[in-house]
Design a binder for this molecule. Structure first.
Ligand code: ATP
Length: 249
């Protein structure tokens, strides 16, 4: 495949979001290249979830725009959604349906061929084959999170958004997700991960950004970062959000 190496899959320009008085996003600009893995760190309330929700077309921005593979949400919402997989606090699963039925529902929505084998492959990938026919309401929080990872991957999307995916996972499941992400991160797939976990977040990414009070205040290729001193750098930026919140009070 002869794709240019720097092909941009996601372009975000001047994205803002206000919830009444609260300015959750205050002008986010970013680009993501095909195959690139970007980790966004940020303290509570920095607007990471809001950003991911807007990019997933779950929330409308107040101003600004973004394109995914040059599609816009307004004109090509359906085509855009096919390109993305979202893993967040919300599992988007139906508790009364079994694990298999949940994946079948999403698979049919995306018109996946050979759906049965795709479902069993994904259930194997997230270690839930033995629970395929149990209702999701009987699953633990971590098991539901694992199933939601399979749900997000059913259509093999080239762009993945992971918003705090480690929340609620035990060390084993967390390791499983790490291995999965390493496998998913190839030349074709682009990933944005938001997390508070500095070591997990730094481990796999190509680029690191820090978001504070609705703005990207730092962005650099991982190769240019001193990993030893990164925690201090992060805490330096993160403390600015507390200052900003205090000065607003
Ligand atoms: P955390 O790390 O705690 O998950 P975050 O960086 O994901 O935080 P957001 O959840 O995006 O931050 O929240 C950013 C700001 O927007 C916060 O001040 C939050 O209270 C506010 N906010 C988010 N969603 C809403 C909403 N639906 N209505 C009102 N305010 C909201």
């Amino acid at each position: 495949m002869n794709r240019p190496p720097d092909e941009i899959i996601l372009r975000v320009e001047g994205l803002t979001k206000a919830f009444g008085e609260i300015k959750a996003l205050q002008g986010i600009d970013l680009t993501l290249r095909r195959g690139e893995f970007l980790t966004i760190f940020g303290p509570n309330g920095a607007g990471k979830t809001t950003l991911i929700k807007i990019l997933s077309s779950l929330v409308k921005p107040t101003a600004g725009r973004f394109t995914i593979n040059q599609y816009t949400a307004r004109e090509h919402g359906e085509a855009m959604r096919r390109l993305i997989g979202v893993i967040s606090h919300r599992t988007f699963l139906y508790p009364q349906l079994t694990a298999y039925e949940n994946l079948a529902f999403y698979g049919e929505m995306y018109e996946i061929s050979a759906l049965d084998s795709r479902i069993m492959q994904l259930l194997g990938m997230v270690g839930l084959k033995h629970r395929a026919h149990d209702p999701v309401r009987t699953f633990s929080r971590g098991m539901q999170q694992r199933l939601s990872i399979a749900r997000a991957l059913i259509h093999d999307p080239p762009l993945l958004f992971l918003d705090e995916p480690y929340t609620g996972l035990d060390p084993h499941a967390s390791e499983l997700l790490r291995d999965l992400l390493l496998r998913l991160h190839d030349q074709e797939r682009s990933i944005i991960l938001t997390t508070h976990n500095l070591s997990r977040g730094l481990e796999m990414c190509d680029r690191v950004a820090i978001q504070v009070a609705g703005r990207i205040v730092f962005s650099a290729p991982k190769s240019e970062i001193d990993l030893e001193t990164f925690p201090q750098l992060y805490f330096h930026y993160a403390s600015q959000q507390s200052d900003e919140v205090r000065s607003d009070a």
